[in-house]
Structures are given as C-alpha cells and as structure tokens.
Design a protein around this ligand. Structure first.
Ligand code: CUA
Length: 334
C-alpha cells in the first residue's frame, strides 16, 4: 500500500476552471444562504444535528459508565441476576423522545410541502440539463448558460434532461431536484440577496459530471427587466460568427467538438467545412450548410464513422438565426 502514497501526492485535486467561488458564509459549515426558506431549513438541520449529538453522547457516556461500574470483579464470581425491567425508566425513554421526533417530522413536513408547492404567479425559466451543461431559456426566448433571476421575486424553474439523469442543485437557495429525461420537474425559490451563487449537478452523469457547474446571478429587482432586454438587443446585433461562437459555448458543443483539431467525443470543427466525411453506413458526405443543419437537428441520421451516437438533438431549441450563426462559426474554423 505504501507505494500508493507518493502517487496520490503527485496528483493534486484540480478544480475545474469554471468553479464559481462560493461567497463567504457566516454559518460555519453551511454555505451562504440567499433565499426565503434558508433560515427555517438550516434551523431544522441544526436542531436534528444537536439532538443527534446529545443523544449519541448520552448513549456512549452511559455505556462507558456502566461498563466500568458493573464490570465483574473476578472471573470466578457468577454474574448477579438483574431485575428484569424498570417501568419508570421505560416510560421516560419512550415519552421524552416522542415530542422531539414529532417536532422533527412536523418541521420537516412543513418544509417539504413548502418546497414542493410551486407558486403560480412566479417568473418562469426553463432549464435543460445535458452532458455536461445547463442551458436556461427565458420567457422572451433568450437562452443563456448562466441563470439570471430578479431579487425578492418568486422564480419557478422548469427542468428537463435530454440524455441521462442530472440533478439541478442550488446550495445557496437550499433546494435541489432531479432533471429527468422525458419528463419535467420543477422547483422554486425567492432570492433574498443580490449576488452570484453556484449551481451544481448533483447526480453522477458521466465523465465531466464534476464540471457541470454554472452560476445563478440574482439581480436587483428593478435592474432585471432592463438586463433581459439588453441581452436580447446584444444577441440581435451580433455578427453571425460571434453568435455562432456564443451558441457553441452555451449549448455545450464545446465539450465534444474542439476547434483545434483535438478529437473528443465528436469530430473536431477545425477544417471540417467542405471536407468529405465517411459516414457510419459507408456512404460519404460533404460537410456543407445542409449537413451541419441536419447534424444539429437529427444528429444520428448521418453519423461520421468511428464516432458514438452521443449527441442530443437540438431540434426546436435553436432558431434558424442561431443555426446560421453556428454554420458561419464552423465555416470559420479553418
Ligand atoms: Cu449532470 Cu452530473
């Protein structure tokens, strides 16, 4: 075993480059909290923890005490028969914990109902989880890989996954829910402090699970509408290649398709435009505008030989303008 230790020392843990810095927390081991439900949930957590610590200490303490006190004096003396039970003691250890566990249940149940009852009048954002990216879509059609929400307003997040199970986890808002392929799940929160907080994937989903990280930006309430509008104008004004680059990063294309010739899960985009590609069915196709559009919308219909059918479809998720941008971007990777 000893020879393993130097090896471990040589491989320091490398944080993914996109790891957001968690704001400093005044709550010891709990992360900073920034939603209306945080105080109550943290309170319940601390209550259960202290009850557990006190009962564990009591149990272990009494056990050690009794082991010492009632230890047989010698191997030769026979153990004394003990009284079979003590009614008073039994009533005490049944009655005293009862209200404590009922309190845990009532407090927890109240929180559960609160968390799972989504307010109807909330601001709605859709999020799609896929290997290994979160993509958010706002009511006005804007998409972004960072979640932006207004402060002091209830936000409802509707979640789905395109490939495997993921889990949408917002530690600062004390909420989390699975992202499941083929169905919608949802959660809600009401932010109480402007700032930037991390979002993690909390369900192992393959190679880059640990870097499936993004952030939520809580805007001041009056700033938010302006921000949303400005983003829309910015995207409209982008030249196609830049729009394409934005889509390439936002939609997770970059996790599988490099632009420098490195072969990852999918073919590299470098020099791919105009190239004749051999497909998995043995035929050959020239990479042109139509081939790219079809590959985005029906990725498995014309699979390049030697690559796994790993890409999710983007049909209905990217406007024609965005697809045109991606085509221009791929064209530009000479
Ligand atoms: Cu997605 Cu883990």
């Amino acid at each position: 075993m000893n020879h393993l230790i130097p090896l471990l020392a040589l491989a320091p843990f490398q944080e993914p480059s996109n790891t957001p810095k968690l704001p400093d927390s005044p709550y010891f081991w709990l992360p900073v909290r920034a939603s209306t439900v945080g105080e109550s949930y943290d309170g319940l957590f601390m209550f259960i923890m202290w009850v557990s610590i006190v009962s564990a200490l009591m149990l272990m303490g009494l056990m050690i005490l009794f082991v010492a006190k009632y230890r047989a004096k010698s191997r030769k003396t026979q153990p004394q028969p003990s009284t079979d039970h003590h009614t008073g003691l039994e009533i005490i250890w049944s009655v005293v914990p009862l209200p404590i566990v009922i309190a845990m249940f009532a407090w927890g149940f109240q929180g559960f109902v609160e968390l799972r009852t989504t307010p109807k009048d909330a601001f709605e954002v859709h999020v799609t989880g896929q290997k290994w990216k979160w993509l958010f879509e706002y009511p006005n059609g804007l998409t972004d890989d960072v979640l932006h929400v207004p402060m002091g307003q209830k936000t409802r997040v509707i979640i789905n996954a395109v490939d495997v199970l993921h889990s949408f986890y917002l530690p600062a808002f004390r909420t989390k829910i699975d992202a499941v392929p083929g169905r919608y799940t949802e959660l809600w929160f009401e932010p109480t402090a402007a700032g930037t907080y991390p979002i993690f994937c909390a369900e192992y989903c393959g190679t880059n699970h640990s870097s499936m990280i993004t952030t939520v930006v809580v805007h001041e309430a009056n700033e938010f509408k302006g921000w949303l509008k400005k983003q829309e104008e910015l995207i409209d004004a982008l030249p196609p290649v830049e729009l394409g680059l934005k889509m390439y990063n936002q939609n997770g294309c970059s996790t599988c398709h490099s632009t420098d010739g490195t072969v990852k899960t999918g073919p590299s985009f470098k020099g791919v435009f105009g190239k004749a590609e051999k497909l998995s069915d043995g035929s050959t196709v020239t990479v042109d505008e139509n081939y790219i559009k079809q590959s985005i919308e029906e990725p498995q219909s014309q699979l390049v030989q030697g690559f796994p059918p790993a890409m999710p479809t983007f049909k209905g998720k990217l406007s024609d303008k965005k697809i045109a941008g991606l085509i221009a971007f791929i064209k530009a990777q000479k």
